[in-house]
Design a protein around this ligand. Structure first.
Ligand code: FE2
Length: 344
């Protein structure tokens, strides 16, 4: 097991360029010991517990380096062939596409992933697979909004209607969550129409917030009537307080469906443990699905796996297909649209 390169031995020049990231381990590792697999992860949720089952099933230990999507991808590129990373895990489909485009992920031939993960949630060339699904949908305060006020055909565009003026809260323009949502609007409606929609939100004096929890708390407190967040933040808040006064609304059910994004992973191209790395990604999509998605109240990608009861209680919904190539390739345009609309 001497092939692993510890994180501490990375080239100093590369480390100096990169932000400080948190490292944590899973399995029975001493702090100086190296794990069998190194995962660079942008998931800001408890991973260690979910991966304990993988170590039990396979005997392989896993260590994590946490950071955000961009930081971790930059780090992978800076480290090149010397990277200790075996698996790259992100919280955005566009970022998975981007990492693959930049040659950082290895194609894998995996009948297990083909069987477990719907086609639109994995790379056609096998370089990454979605592992957990998050719905970015409309949230409302039931004391202030009757769901019949929302546009069931295109709920995202509907929030540009003047009736929502002064009632709307959304996430900031720097969040990949916002950028991929706008990229999906460009993909669906074309840039001109997407621009009109974003300008409509801005004209409604949208209050832009820097995290989804804060946004939901503002809806609960009556500071805004309606907003857009990932579904699992509501699940978290309801778990703490069943009387939390926010309801989810499945967007665009009479149209294109709810915008969903995926958290997913790929085997790092420069990994020297590709077979074990592939085994980990496959485990997360199959035996480990519940452990991986339930702790964060996400939806399984694997249709054979049931969602946990709290989010199952939100009801079934139709989703938009995920177009990772569009979200990735339209990201720059999405940022331009947000900027041109004065969304901030
Ligand atoms: Fe999140």
């Amino acid at each position: 097991m001497s092939r692993r390169r510890p994180l501490a031995r990375l080239p100093l020049a590369a480390l100096a360029l990169l932000p400080v990231l948190a490292i944590s381990a899973c399995g029975l590792l001493g702090s100086e010991e190296e794990a069998d697999l190194q995962v660079y992860s942008a998931r800001h949720y408890d991973l260690e517990e979910a991966f304990a089952g993988f170590t039990e099933d396979t005997g392989l230990t896993v260590q994590f380096l946490h950071g955000d999507d961009d930081e971790l991808l930059e780090r992978l590129k800076a480290e090149g062939e010397d990277t200790p990373a075996d698996v790259f895990m992100t919280v955005d489909a566009g970022m998975l596409w981007n990492a693959a485009e930049q040659g950082q992920l290895a194609p894998v031939d995996s009948p297990a992933l083909e069987a477990a993960v719907p086609e639109d949630l994995r790379d056609p060339e096998g370089r990454w697979a979605g592992l957990a699904m998050r719905a970015r949908t409309v949230m409302y305060n039931p004391d202030a909004v009757d769901p019949s006020e929302l546009d069931a055909a295109d709920t995202y565009a509907g929030l540009a209607d003047p009736k929502w003026e002064g009632r709307l809260c959304m996430r900031d323009e720097t969040a990949s969550y916002t950028q991929s949502l706008v990229a999906s609007l460009i993909d669906l409606h074309g840039r001109e129409r997407a621009q009109e929609i974003v300008e409509g939100w801005v004209a409604n004096d949208v209050e832009v917030m820097s995290n989804d929890i804060e946004l939901l708390e503002a809806i609960d407190a009556g500071g805004c009537d309606v907003g857009i967040t990932n579904h699992y933040y509501l699940a978290r808040l309801l778990e703490e307080d069943p009387d939390f006064n926010v309801e989810p609304y499945w967007a665009s059910q009479e149209g294109d469906g709810v915008h969903v994004n995926i958290s997913g992973a790929g085997v790092v191209a420069a990994s020297d443990s590709k077979a074990d790395a592939q085994r980990l990604v496959e485990w997360l999509a199959t035996d480990g699905q519940n452990a991986f998605v339930d702790a964060n109240h996400e939806f399984p990608v694997n249709p054979q796996v049931e969602p946990e009861p709290l989010i199952a209680g939100f009801g079934e919904f139709e989703r938009m297909p995920v177009d990772a190539a569009a979200y990735g390739s339209l990201n720059a345009e999405a940022v331009e649209v947000l900027d041109a609309a004065g969304y901030r």
